[in-house]
Design a protein. Structure first.
Length: 309
């Protein structure tokens, strides 16, 4: 049994496909099949039911947590050796929070630790969960609570609540009554901009998209530009549009029965033990400081977790 066999086994479980797993691991499908056959022969069991879909057998389901534990231990050992060679901190964050939470934090951190390498990965919720699962990062900033079943043992350090107001271009807002109905708003801007701020979209946001004549799903940058041009309206996290609202390029509106939404995000680690590293603990403190500036802190376990470490 070797680590490549276990990684291939884990990836096939996650992808539910030998082909997709092989592509992710940058190997041929034949190599992936060979590794699994060798692993099954060694264990004396069949791990997968092969067919149009690939599913775990009962023996495979039993073996899965042990395989992932071995993979995790190997990754922790590799990371420990890397950190022993040179100071390094690796974290991951939702794309929309990299700029508001990490930019200033990183500047202060690097003044204190000028020789420490810092890696900041950005991505969607599932990508950050995968990086935490594979222990490629030590801390993650993601939507909370985490609904991804891949990693269920995440420990929240700080949970932040951020407003998600509905915004339109100023020329649209100027034509609205003081307390407009949503129909009045949609008559002026029939296109709704959908943005993936949440793991599960709130009913109010989904209802707005259903009521509109058309909808468009865009990344934050193009979505902001579309809204500023008066070609769409949508719910934006406060940190993404704060400067635009302050400059008058966008205007927050509150149609009757459409109150502003919010999004909860958290700084998380797999275990309090990660905070034993002083450099990581200090970087986390700096980011937590920015969280208080961006939103409202609704849970703060940082001091408690630092004591446990």
């Amino acid at each position: 049994m070797d680590i490549d066999q276990l990684r291939t086994f884990d990836r096939i479980v996650r992808e539910q496909s030998f082909t997709r797993a092989a592509a992710h691991l940058n190997i041929t499908q034949a190599t992936a099949s060979m590794r699994i056959r060798a692993l099954e022969q060694l264990l004396g069991v069949t791990l997968f039911q092969r067919g149009r879909t690939v599913t775990l057998t009962d023996q495979g389901m039993t073996f899965l947590p042990f395989a992932r534990r071995i993979i995790g231990t190997a990754q922790e050992a590799r990371e420990a050796l890397r950190l022993a060679e040179r100071g390094r901190v690796a974290i991951a964050s939702l794309r929309t929070l990299v700029s508001p939470l990490i930019t200033e934090s990183l500047l202060r951190f690097q003044e204190k630790y000028p020789h420490v390498d810092v890696v900041v990965n950005e991505g969607r919720q599932s990508q950050i969960v995968a990086m935490l699962h594979e222990r490629n990062v030590e801390m993650g900033i993601l939507c909370w609570p985490n609904l991804d079943p891949l990693v269920v043992d995440l420990q929240p350090l700080v949970v932040m609540r951020e407003r998600v107001p509905l915004v339109v271009a100023p020329e649209i807002a100027a034509q609205l009554s003081a307390q407009p109905e949503i129909d009045e708003v949609l008559a002026l801007v029939p296109r709704v901009i959908s943005l993936r701020w949440w793991q599960a979209e709130p009913e109010q946001a989904a209802a707005l998209a259903r009521m509109a004549q058309t909808s468009v799903d865009l990344p934050t940058g193009p979505a902001r530009r579309l809204a500023m041009k008066g070609q769409g309206l949508g719910f934006f996290v406060q940190s993404a549009i704060a400067e635009d609202v302050a400059a008058g390029r966008l205007v927050e509106i509150a149609p009757t029965h459409f109150e502003p939404l919010h999004r909860d995000t958290a700084m998380v680690v797999r275990s309090a033990a990660a905070l034993k590293r002083t450099v990581l603990a200090d970087f986390v403190r700096e980011i937590a400081h920015e969280c208080a500036n961006v939103g409202i802190i609704i849970e703060d376990h940082l001091d408690e977790m630092l004591d446990q470490a």
